[in-house]
Design a protein around this ligand. Structure first.
Ligand SMILES: C[S@@+](CC[C@H](N)C(=O)[O-])C[C@H]1O[C@@H](n2cnc3c(N)ncnc32)[C@H](O)[C@@H]1O
Length: 189
């Protein structure tokens, strides 16, 4: 069964915390949070900016398997993307994930120009670029969509422009989660 297989792959990765740390993966509780949030809104079109080796992708893809949705995940480092593909395949979740290789901002702009839309976005790539990602993403997200941005405490100084923008934007209701790394949770109005 897909879910049991995915759980086994997650547990295998979690048994090597150094590997997860070296690849900047979210902690387990953040993975669970992402999955539950995506399930809560029944997300069908999930965008993940920053795949790394696919740990958070596994959590999001498990949710997508239940909602009948898809995770579109972006990464510019080919070796890490290949590891992510291997993990997703081993988990039996390939059907639910579309991998894209390249600069996140270029890929998001291509999606926008192609008329794509997303109802859930997880932002976890270059911290200084969050402000640019959101400016493109917000045009592709209907009311009720959810944005989760990682590292709002651990990398705060690098994303002050993004945090200021989200706090004052008329487009979003926001809340910040005071976890060790910090996450911004936003809902599009
Ligand atoms: C924090 S890690 C992602 C961790 C992953 N979300 C997880 O929790 O398992 C950020 C990833 O974004 C990638 N990245 C950084 N800047 C990028 C950019 N401008 N375009 C595409 N990928 C980028 C890095 O190569 C890295 O693998």
């Amino acid at each position: 069964m897909t879910t049991q297989t995915a759980t086994h792959i997650l547990e295998t990765l979690e048994s090597d915390p150094q590997f997860l740390r070296e690849n900047w993966c979210v902690p387990k509780e953040t993975g669970r949070f992402l999955s539950v949030m995506a399930l809560t809104i029944g997300a069908k079109n999930i965008c993940e900016v920053g795949t790394s080796i696919g740990y958070s992708t596994l959590w999001l893809a498990q949710a997508a398997a239940k909602t009948g949705g898809t995770v579109t995940t972006l990464e510019y480092f080919e070796e890490r993307q290949q590891l992510a593909k291997n993990h997703i395949e081993a988990a039996g979740l390939t059907h639910y994930v579309q991998f894209h290789l390249g600069q996140a901002l270029d890929l998001l702009t291509q999606f926008k120009n192609a008329g794509k839309s997303f109802d859930f976005a997880f932002i976890d790539a270059a911290k200084k670029e969050y402000i640019h990602y959101i400016h493109v993403l917000e045009t592709m997200m209907p009311a009720g969509s959810i944005v989760v941005a990682d590292n709002t405490r651990s990398h705060r100084e690098e994303m002050l422009d993004f945090l200021d923008y989200m706090e004052s934007s008329p487009l979003f209701d926001v809340a910040e989660l005071e976890t060790p790394n910090g996450q911004l949770l936003a809902r599009k109005r």
